[in-house]
Design a binder for this molecule. Structure first.
Ligand code: AMP
Length: 467
């Protein structure tokens, strides 16, 4: 049997081809039968343009059903899918195109599908080995060159099957999909779970809290980034009633505040299931579907994942090995070699610890570690205390150049308050070297499309605070 991921996903499609795959608001639903025909036409379109197995297919478009169809068609013809954020500028895209050398670069999904509509649907699924590449995902690195994580058919298939099982997906589910699809979360995690169970998706092109609340009644599962949840919480329409029939709320791609977890439970009765993943391995750990979901922890490694803490201390850099781990950075053999241990573990760059039960607790990125006066400061420890203070919605603790200490600890706080009072409150609970020397208040912390706080940008903004 072919190891092509498309074959695996298509086996999950429902026997009844009239069942809905996509339910976009304001336009008609697309059934699974239609999805298969559209994909077969798009595959014919790719082949007609000379796309051969192993070629890259680059796509930079707004979210749409057509974009998903092109993704599936790329898999089907054995090409390597390369999604690009629609927000990337020409200069940024130029780098990706030179680096990946795609055979085709699609910037208008609708026009591509229009051109393919008269082609006979191509039923052939290109045979692929598990070790053949299915996609390249460029990391959203904020410093240095962005790296293309190479993911194979086998890696994506293994992760899809593990998540489908771990989160209990069934044909009775309806997934609310409001995530972008240029990133592993919306593209692989969400779509694959839906396809493997042949269930419909409520398909929103972007997250809008009012639209989500309106459509929750039709859904059973929602996947989101933490900002989805904080924005829902800020809306009076989030109630126990509108979420009553929901089976599961999942969060990831950035840390979920414990306060958000608790507020969500108080308002709706649902305990959000938090999981941890990255472009280089898709999903790595998850809180349990049945069993206790602990706020602040990202749960247990998925079956087949070996996870350990490097460095010989209780808290250190998370290292992983397992079926979904990527096979290296595209055309960067040296960078790839640097990021793997001699015994084959990927060095994630995230810092964390495992508790006695085997749950993982993440304390931030290694590169966000602050060294002040020779002492290590883990930003998360300070952020957790700050987030408990009145007036603080969320905080980001960074190190910036300091003439005496090398780096000085700075807290950037989303909210309102008094700098001196906040510093005094922290000083009573933290060692002096960990206590922020300055607190800056902002209306909104800078975040990327996945809701991640951009600490590199904050370090730049406040680089001169002590100079
Ligand atoms: P990306 O490759 O863009 O998906 O970013 C992956 C990074 O997001 C990880 O290396 C983590 O730093 C962070 N991340 C993802 N999920 C979580 C989570 N649940 N808690 C904390 N950090 C997370």
């Amino acid at each position: 049997m072919s190891g092509n991921l498309y074959s695996l996903l298509a086996r999950g499609f429902p026997a009844d081809p009239t069942r809905h795959a996509f339910r976009p608001p304001g336009s008609s639903a697309v059934s699974y039968g239609e999805l298969e025909i559209l994909t077969a036409r798009a595959a014919a379109g790719l082949r007609a343009r000379g796309v051969a197995p192993g070629d890259r297919v680059a796509l930079q478009v707004e979210k749409s059903v057509d974009a998903v169809v092109i993704y599936l068609a790329a898999l089907k013809v054995g090409a390597v899918f390369l999604p690009l954020n629609a927000a990337y500028t020409e200069g940024e895209v130029d780098y990706f195109l030179k680096d990946a050398e795609p055979a085709i670069f699609i910037q208008d999904a609708q026009a591509f599908m229009h051109a393919a509509q008269d082609l006979p649907p191509d039923p052939q699924v290109e045979p692929r080995a598990a070790s053949d590449l299915a996609a390249i995902i460029y990391t959203s690195g904020t410093t240095g060159r962005s790296k293309g994580a190479m993911l194979t058919h086998g890696a994506l298939a293994a992760n899809a099957l593990a998540l489908h099982e771990a989160w209990g997906f069934s044909p009775d589910d309806v997934l609310l999909h409001a995530l972008p699809i240029f990133h592993v979360h919306g593209l692989f995690v969400a779509l694959h779970c839906a396809f493997l169970s042949g269930c419909p998706m409520v398909w929103l092109n972007r997250f809008d809290e009012a639209a989500v609340l309106e459509r929750l009644a039709d859904a059973t599962v929602m996947m989101g980034v933490p900002t989805f949840y904080t924005r829902l919480l800020a809306h009076p329409g989030l109630t126990r009633e509108v979420t009553a029939h929901m089976r599961l709320f999942i969060s990831g791609s950035a840390p979920l505040l414990e306060s958000a977890f608790e507020a969500f439970e108080a308002r709706t009765g649902h305990r959000i299931l938090e999981r941890y993943g990255m472009s280089e391995a898709v999903i790595i750990t998850t809180n349990p579907l049945d069993g206790e979901r602990k706020p602040g922890s990202v749960g247990f490694p998925l079956p087949g994942v070996d996870l350990r803490i490097g460095g010989g201390q209780e808290t250190g850099v998370i290292e992983i090995r397992g079926p979904s781990v990527f096979s290296g950075y595209w055309r960067m053999p040296e960078k790839t070699a640097e990021d793997f241990t001699p015994d084959g573990y990927f060095i994630t760059g995230d810092v964390g610890r495992l508790d006695a039960d085997g749950r993982l607790w993440i304390s931030g990125r290694a590169k966000d570690l602050i060294i002040s006066g020779g002492y290590n400061v883990y930003p998360k420890e300070v952020e957790l205390l700050l987030d408990e203070q009145p007036g603080v919605r969320e905080s980001a603790v960074i190190g910036v150049p300091h003439p005496d200490f090398g780096e000085g600890v700075v807290a950037v706080v989303e909210g309102r308050g008094d700098e001196a009072a906040l510093i005094a409150a922290l000083r009573s609970r933290l060692a002096g070297y960990k206590t922020p020397k300055r607190v800056v208040f902002v209306d909104a912390l800078p975040r990327n499309a996945m809701g991640k706080i951009q600490k590199a940008l904050l370090r730049q903004t406040y680089a001169d605070l002590f100079r």
